[in-house]
Design a binder for this molecule. Structure first.
Ligand SMILES: [Zn+2]
Length: 391
């Protein structure tokens, strides 16, 4: 049997730099959680920041985050089997920030995945192996200022044509495939219609477990054919925000035997700069909310209707961005799958268009009437059809 524990976003922040730098992680992760993490055969986390001591921020919208290189000591204490770097912040400090990140991880013997000098290198999966079982892990992210292409370094982008084929190939070489998909709408607890299609396609191509990270909140899950899809895991350690959504998260424990796998969801809560186990009542509540949302998405039209409400609220923010000529936000809203989808969906299916963006009133007919020398002439498609004298 293989046991793997997966935690989501980890970012050292000023509130806990010292814990990371001085190998005092037990002060910000309680013993119960540490024991669960340590008892697994393998551990995976998503490092959602470059490690760099000099700031070289790229032009983008949203925050450029970074952590000092020596916070790697705390990461090392978690004994990661590898860190996922396929996320939207890993290039926040450009190729220089990436170089110091990779050098730092290498010099501390921490493996990583989902990043490379070009897209072919970035898409290489990570294979975990024990007792004759092989588990392939494929990591990818949506297009948000961080993705590699054939000529530039960066994170492995989700590609609707290539990613399913990559997963199919990986499945042919392994017993099970896990996909870490870094994307979806932030702070939204349900899949969008497109995200569900994308995840189901990856399942059809051989992914057994698909975990969507990046939304910073616990979402819901569905059993699709033989695959488990999790739409939102929350964070691991990321003390940036005190919104309700950021307060609860899941560790996902996966157990594989030759014939089958089992997923266990372990809830935990944010506790200042760190994380802790909830009491039994809280734990039951977190899991029951997760299950309820999971049941909700199984009913027909729920995902569409829920997303319509979300798009209705979001649309004015998107249209305002275009009015304000914020070119980095424009690029992000057109390029990134989650932003593009909600903007486009909102324009098509919602009724909250602000005045300035509402379509011009339809003319009643296609012709034009021109007046000159006391006569009125009616033109259709540029040709004079008839004239008559003005009354
Ligand atoms: Zn993210």
């Amino acid at each position: 049997m293989i046991e793997i524990v997966i935690g989501a976003d980890i970012v050292p922040t000023p509130s806990n730099f010292a814990n990371f730098q001085n190998a005092k992680m037990e002060e910000i992760i309680d013993k119960d959680l540490f024991d669960i993490i340590n008892s697994a055969d393998f551990r995976i986390f998503n490092l959602e920041t470059p490690l760099c001591n000099n700031q070289t921020p790229i032009d983008k919208c949203g925050p450029n985050i970074s952590a000092p290189c020596n916070t790697v000591i705390g990461l090392q204490q978690l004994l990661p089997s590898f860190l996922c770097l396929a996320n939207n912040h890993i290039m926040d400090h450009g190729p220089q920030g990436l170089e110091t990140t990779l050098n730092t991880l290498q010099s501390h013997n921490i493996s990583y995945c989902g990043i490379g000098s070009n897209v072919s290198a970035a898409k290489r999966p990570f294979i975990l192996e024990k007792d004759g079982l092989k588990i392939g892990v494929y990591t990818c992210c949506e297009h948000e200022f961080s993705t590699a292409d054939e000529h530039h370094p960066g994170a492995n982008p989700f590609d609707p044509l290539n990613t399913p084929d990559d997963i199919y190939t990986l499945k042919s070489q392994t017993d099970f495939v896990i996909v870490l998909y870094h994307g979806g709408r932030e702070h939204y607890r349900y899949p969008s219609p497109e995200l569900q299609k994308r995840c189901r396609k990856m399942a059809d191509k051989g992914a057994d477990i698909i975990i969507c990270q990046h939304s910073h909140c616990i979402g819901c899950k569905e059993q699709y054919k033989h695959s488990e899809i999790i739409y939102g895991q929350g964070n691991f350690i990321f003390d940036l925000c005190d919104d309700d959504e950021w307060q609860t998260s899941l560790l996902i424990k996966l157990q594989f035997s030759k014939q089958k796998y089992n997923c266990t969801y372990i809830p935990f809560i944010k506790n200042g700069a760190g994380i802790t186990s909830p009491d039994t009542t809280q734990a039951t509540q977190i899991i029951s909310d997760f299950e309820q949302r999971s049941q909700a998405i199984a009913s027909p039209n729920f995902i569409y209707q829920q997303y319509q409400k979300e798009a209705q609220q979001a649309l004015p923010i998107y249209t305002a961005t275009f009015r304000n000529n914020n070119i980095y936000a424009m690029r992000n809203y057109l390029d990134c799958e989650a932003h593009h989808e909600i903007f486009s969906f909102g324009l098509k299916h919602c009724s909250c268009l602000p005045e300035k963006f509402s379509a011009p009133k339809q003319k009643k007919f296609f012709g034009k009437i021109k007046s000159s020398n006391g006569k009125r002439s009616f033109y259709l498609f540029g040709f004079k059809i008839f004239s008559y004298k003005k009354a």
